[in-house]
Design a protein around this ligand. Structure first.
Ligand SMILES: *Cc1c(COP(=O)(O)O)cnc(C)c1O
Length: 398
């Protein structure tokens, strides 16, 4: 059977974890700090905080910005539920915006959705392809929207505009106009979940890239405390002789990363540019080379002059097909022992969001993308001949 995205674990990963297990320190410590520094160096942003998921990272940032009941946060319909759930956790209202035909949140849609209550936008780099950040960043700086923005927290006053918080769960290593994700908006959440490009089993990070007058190092220190119960001293600093006293300065969250998972992350980051990304790209090219011969196959956009994907997902679309026929195609593919997937069932189609009154009919491009989409397997250990078999099996099932 060809699975969808198993992790690649070799002796380097095993050795790194064993080293931490034997070291006498297994929770947040030097490995986590080292992983944070290397992530920031890689993406080119000033400071990065590791947490236990991208979801926790997004929620931490919304909380830091003071997003609360009565506020609105703009999110795309075409994403995993995490992007919207964190908004609900804050008591705020997710305002869904349709995507364009390349799965990116529509910039015109954002423009029409902004109100006096809008506090943040969470664009999603779907499949690893960065959104149009110049357009999104320009939008939040437009004088008209600046006047509309009503700050209700210290950090909102300081930023004095809508926060752009990227959901980069798919897009670590992707480029937009020569810069990597993490260095494109105010803050970016990366995911290191088991199915993502760079994995720590579970994990995530917040790449901070806040403008003046914010000091990213200070915000980083604050978020460390916020991710650990609001405790002003972490376990490692408390370990020092005589340093037992601590204080709780706010009722914080508990979402710190452990050194065991950070050790995995360090190995993964080390091989990311040399092994992970080149192999994923090769698999994309194999899929292109076979599927481009079929007029019904709509190939994904993942490289342009200004943007390159992190090759996270290969979202094939089938022209002129219905949702039911697409589902039948997937059943046929599965009968040949090939695992494919659909990314994503749009959030407004989920029971909870339907019960809150959201309706997929209001997001026609999202529904069209979803109903015709099949994600093909992409992972480091997928062999060339297996990738060819996947593409040919999908073609046969059509
Ligand atoms: C995986 C994913 C998340 C959540 O990541 P976790 O690390 O599991 O919290 C958020 N957004 C998108 C688009 C994702 O695919």
């Amino acid at each position: 059977m060809i699975p969808f995205s198993p992790p690649h674990i070799d002796q380097r990963h095993i050795d790194a974890v064993v080293e931490v297990l034997k070291s006498g320190w297994i929770t947040t410590g030097l490995k986590t700090k080292s992983f944070e520094k290397k992530l920031a160096l890689y993406a080119g942003n000033p400071n990065t905080l590791c947490v236990n998921s991208a979801t926790a990272g997004l929620e931490l940032m919304l909380h830091w910005f003071g997003v609360k009941a009565g506020d609105e946060v703009i999110v795309p319909t075409y994403t995993y539920c995490a992007t919207a759930n964190v908004v609900v956790h804050c008591g705020a209202t997710p305002v869904f915006v349709d995507v364009d035909e390349n799965f990116c949140i529509s910039v015109e849609g954002i423009r029409n959705a902004i109100t006096e209550k809008t506090k943040a936008i969470i664009p999603v780099d779907f499949a690893g392809f960065p959104c149009d950040y110049d357009a999104i960043n320009a939008l939040v700086h437009e004088p008209h929207f600046n006047h509309m923005f009503l700050p209700t927290s210290e950090n909102q006053e300081k930023l004095d505009r809508i926060l752009v918080l990227s959901d980069g769960a798919h897009s670590i290593g992707a480029h937009y106009k020569g810069k990597r994700t993490g260095n494109l908006t105010d803050a970016t959440a990366f995911s290191f979940h088991a199915v993502k490009n760079l994995t720590t089993a579970e994990g995530g990070a917040i790449a901070l890239n806040l403008p003046e007058p914010f000091k990213n190092e200070e915000v980083y220190q604050l978020l460390c405390i916020k991710s650990l119960h609001g405790q002003n001293k972490d376990a490692l600093s408390k370990l020092k002789l005589g340093a037992w006293k601590y204080d709780i300065i706010e009722p914080g969250y508990k979402c710190n990363m452990t050194d065991i998972t950070a050790a995995l992350g360090l190995v993964e980051l080390d091989r990311y540019e040399t092994e992970t990304l080149p192999r994923r790209k090769e698999i994309f090219k194999i899929y292109d080379s076979i599927l481009k011969n079929y007029p019904w196959a709509q190939l994904p956009l993942y490289e342009t002059a200004e943007r390159t994907s992190s090759y996270h997902l290969y979202p094939l679309r089938v022209r002129g097909i219905t949702e039911a026929k697409r589902d039948e195609m997937i059943t046929k593919v599965s009968e040949h022992e090939v695992t494919v997937n659909v990314h994503f069932i749009p959030v407004p189609m989920m029971s909870y969001y339907k019960s809150r009154g959201y309706d997929i009919k209001n997001y026609p491009v999202t529904y069209d993308n979803y109903s015709r989409e099949i994600s093909l397997p992409v992972y480091y250990d997928l062999k060339d001949e297996q990738a060819r078999l996947v593409a040919e099996t999908v073609a046969k099932s059509y």
